[in-house]
Design a protein around this ligand. Structure first.
Ligand code: ZN
Length: 157
């Protein structure tokens, strides 16, 4: 089983955090659009506001596809870096609360990766056999008299 295909509690938390961040920014865009409609009769200002709203919608599509969808699919590794970038950019922009949510989600995604990564036990060397020595390169035994590893050919010191 590889990392990312299993769901984890932290992954679920990250998923929810990103969703709330998206909803908040969606509301912001809706407000900006609403203002745009109100001032649509003032052409210059309306254009600027619709431009801002268009950027906001593009942003939400980006967060949705790179953070939200990937987290939903259990691709925590793939969602993690975009979520960090979205968090920082949101903090720099107007989305303070969303930015914090994304950054918390980013750290939760890190936990989720840990939780879903298979913990493989450290490689255990075989029990020493008398009359054998162990290759420093591959760890396999060879007779004590040999000058080269019988498994990989590395030279013994
Ligand atoms: Zn060897």
């Amino acid at each position: 089983m590889s990392a990312g295909l299993t769901t984890s509690a932290s992954g679920e938390t990250a998923h929810t955090l990103i969703l709330v961040g998206l909803i908040l920014q969606g509301i912001q865009v809706a407000i900006v659009l609403g203002i745009g409609f109100l001032v649509v009769l003032a052409p210059g200002l309306g254009g600027i506001i619709f431009g801002a709203a268009a950027i906001g919608i593009l942003w939400i599509v980006l967060v949705y596809s790179f953070s939200y969808r990937r987290t939903e699919e259990g691709d925590y590794e793939g969602a993690r870096t975009p979520t960090l970038v979205f968090g920082i950019l949101s903090l720099l922009g107007l989305g303070l609360i969303s930015g914090i949510l994304y950054l918390v989600a980013y750290s939760k995604l890190g936990d989720a990766i840990d939780e879903t990564t298979d913990v493989t036990p450290p490689w255990n060397p075989p029990a020493p056999i008398s009359g054998m020595k162990y290759c420093p390169a591959c760890g396999r035994p060879s007779p004590s008299s040999s000058r080269y590893c019988q498994s990989c050919g590395a030279r013994f010191l």
